[in-house]
Design a protein around this ligand. Structure first.
Ligand code: ZN
Length: 208
């Protein structure tokens, strides 16, 4: 992060992002005018993510599942513009507000038999996501890396009767990041799930 002094109207230096803990204010002094400048990380957001899935598919023709196992693999690259803010700092128990809006751009490729038989390929699909309501609660949770006091940020987008996208992010100040997250994306207003991801922190070497 570049540090700008408003008195001197210039950049006076740079502080590595990981030296500023989230939810805390760091003070630096301008070497020219001695002004105290407060630095705070305000958001933690996802710019992009890439998934690689490999496994076995089960062929279904009509109502009858065929007992044929197919090697399947898929790649998916997703970009959020602007970056998807799942943690609107500073976090306080009982906070609520709006997250978004953003555009999702996605490239995906699904194939069978180690890429030999392509099934589908989509380049640069774009769709807009509207503002989502979020709320913050403070609680204790356990993940494989241990038990943590976390701020749980819940953002949901209801598409209609059944479809709901949700983003649950569990932020632990002791770790300086999310220790668990749960994401569900549905196919619009159907109840069909497009994807559902559960992530938990297994271990960390971070020391505040
Ligand atoms: Zn200055």
């Amino acid at each position: 992060m570049k540090v700008f002094c408003e008195n001197c109207q210039k950049t006076i230096g740079q502080v590595p992002d990981d030296k500023i803990p989230a939810n805390k204010i760091v003070t630096v002094k301008c070497p020219h005018c001695q002004k105290q400048i407060e630095l705070q990380k305000t958001d933690l957001a996802i710019i992009n993510h890439e998934l690689l899935m490999k496994g076995f598919g089960h062929l279904t023709v009509g109502p009858i599942p065929f007992p044929i196992f197919l090697q399947m693999q898929g790649q998916r690259y997703t970009e959020f513009n602007p970056a998807l803010t799942l943690l609107p700092f500073p976090l306080n128990d009982g906070d609520s507000g709006k997250i978004g809006a953003f555009t999702v751009t996605e490239q995906s490729k699904v194939s069978m038999f180690w890429g030999l038989i392509p099934i589908s390929q989509d380049d640069d699909i774009e769709w807009p996501i509207a503002y989502q309501d979020y709320s913050v609660t403070f609680e204790s949770i356990s993940v494989p890396a241990g038990s943590f006091d976390v701020y749980t940020v819940v953002a949901e987008h209801h598409w209609g009767v059944e479809g709901v996208d949700w983003f649950y992010s569990y932020y632990a100040a002791d770790v300086g990041n999310v220790v668990k997250s749960s994401i569900n994306i549905d196919f619009g207003d159907t109840e069909l799930t497009y994807y559902n991801i559960e992530l938990e922190l297994v271990s960390t070497t971070y020391e505040p």
